[in-house]
Design a protein around this ligand. Structure first.
Ligand SMILES: [Zn+2]
Length: 264
């Protein structure tokens, strides 16, 4: 499922191609993708306006439509964006298409309809409605805010990092990378961390999200000492060659190196 670094990739993509272009028309081919807005209302808010600004909140990407509000995009399991010139290039699972006045098109695709297209009057209100914590990357840039936010919570590191109401954007995959890079065991309880551990976790969170975001979530492009290119059954730790260990909690699989991330 796309997590924050993948959404950073979508954000960069839209910035590079779709900003400040007047939308001549919009089409929704399957209204099951819409959440909290009708086809008619969405079309009315898009038509004749332009995408002027982008705002990421964890796994959500919000685009400000001038004078109207914010278009909300969530990418579900298989969501993607595609900007193209010719209508016949339209991707197969396009659910929302915007036609720009310059003749180009933007497709939001979602093969399994697990993503969503919605609307918000204001990003902060939207985050409050969805019980979303601060964007994890933004939060990692502020030492005091990060410490305060995490010290309000108990529980294990893995479940806290992936709890969207604590900090938004980190899921099952990137939490494994962050904990691997920080050399912390996923089952470590948050309240057992020293101030130094917490600061290490903050810096590592910021670095991992930045590096992974630069590659738009493409794990094959990550540095070879990263866990994700090796994160599969039977694989070994890229740092010490110990066999990686898989555990399951809450139906989700966690991967860690039993040597580099010893229990604390
Ligand atoms: Zn190791």
């Amino acid at each position: 499922m796309p997590e924050l670094p993948d959404v950073m990739g979508f954000e960069r993509y839209l910035q590079s191609c779709a900003l400040h272009q007047k939308i001549a028309d919009a089409d929704v081919s399957d209204d099951r993708i819409l959440k909290g807005i009708s086809v008619r209302s969405l079309k009315r808010r898009l038509k004749g306006h332009a995408l002027e600004d982008l705002h990421r909140r964890g796994k959500f990407l919000l685009g400000r439509i001038d004078g109207q509000g914010w278009l909300v995009l969530h990418f579900g399991m298989t969501g993607d964006l595609d900007y193209y010139k010719q209508r016949q290039e339209e991707p197969e699972y396009t659910r929302l298409r915007m036609d720009f006045e310059n003749g180009a098109h933007l497709a939001y695709q979602s093969k399994r309809l697990l993503g969503e297209v919605g609307w918000a009057d204001d990003p902060e209100e939207f985050a409050a409605d969805r019980d979303l914590g601060p964007d994890a990357y933004e939060l990692s840039a502020d030492a005091d805010a990060f410490r305060e936010r995490l010290s309000d919570h108990r529980g294990k590191l893995k479940s806290t990092l992936t709890n969207q109401s604590v900090l938004a954007g980190i899921g099952n995959v990137y939490s494994d990378e962050i904990l691997f890079q920080a050399r912390l065991h996923p089952a470590t309880s948050l309240d057992s961390l020293s101030g130094r551990d917490l600061e290490n976790l903050r810096r590592t969170t910021g670095r991992v999200l930045r590096v992974c975001g630069r590659h738009g979530g493409n794990v094959d492009e990550l540095p070879s000492h990263y866990l994700l290119p090796h994160r599969e059954r039977g694989a070994h730790c890229p740092r010490c060659d110990t066999k990686l260990k898989w555990t399951k909690s809450g139906g989700r699989s966690t991967c860690h190196c039993p040597k580099c991330q010893s229990s604390s």
